[in-house]
Design a protein around this ligand. Sequence first.
Ligand code: ADP
Ligand code: MG
Length: 316
Amino acid sequence: MTAPPLPAEFALIARHFRPLAGPAGLGLTDDAALLDPPPGRALVLTVDTMVAGVHFLPDDPPDLVARKLLRVNLSYLAAKGATPLGYLLALSVPRATPEAWFAAFAAGLAQDQAAFAIPLLGGDTTSTPGPVSLSLTALGHVAAGGMVRRAGARAGDLVFVTGCIGEAALGLRVARGERADPTGRLLARYRLPTPRLGLVTPALVRAAMDVSDGLVQDLGHLCRAAGLGAEIEAALVPRPAEAGQDELALCLTGGDDYELLLAVAPEAQTALETAAREMHIPLARIGRFQAGVETVILRDPAGAPIALGAGGWSHF
Ligand code: ADP
Ligand code: MG
């Protein structure tokens, strides 16, 4: 007696996702993955969902969508000082989705799995009457007790940020046809963030978070977690050369940066800057945490406060 033929769903999984599975994924043939955490290490877990029409445009190239989904989650692991271990992938796609979409999506994953040394562990695939919805759960590991939290900044700590803030916000405008992008750089930064893995360690950083909802709003989260305020100097925040003066607020509140915000003790500054240079991670000191009201004050070069209007992205 032979087993009945498998439905198309399993053929899709075998063709496109099985080649991406690491040993703990058991060839994607079981109900669950089985993973031995590295001895003495604590697991760090994070999940992020991307919905067509909300987080990406429905006709964005599937390989880039896949890479962004993975990179966004890697950025969270980076913010916590974690080393990537593996990921789970949940896909809800319309029935009519062509196989070429799965092939391109998996090719994107294969490329970034290799770049960031993270294997697929398992997942789920369903059809949906709605738009494409993609959810990825990433696992990482840190030394036991060694995860860098959002809480932990102290008054007098320096505020650092990686990368260039606002490229993605401008890139989204490009994607919507609202802005020119002669070099294609802004659109590329919107579609493909760079997870800053390896920079955050408890020795160098007292608190950290990923910047995804706008620099000012996210710095507010670090402030509330610490019971502190913060001041940042607008001129010190690295912004894209393409940004006009009138786009300051867009850059600082636009979101989708997937850079890191760090609270750093003044005595750790030099060591952090050296580490960033060695890793080729752009890093800038933009301000300071201070005792007092839990708000973020932005100052112009003359020291006058700048009002930005709406604080950052919110789904609701
Ligand atoms: P069903 O939901 O029909 O019971 P499963 O969810 O058990 O099927 O999927 C079969 C196998 O394929 C499991 O090992 C599961 O982890 C894996 N899998 C399903 N969808 C994906 C996906 N999108 N990415 C990675 N692995 C997947
Ligand atoms: Mg399933």
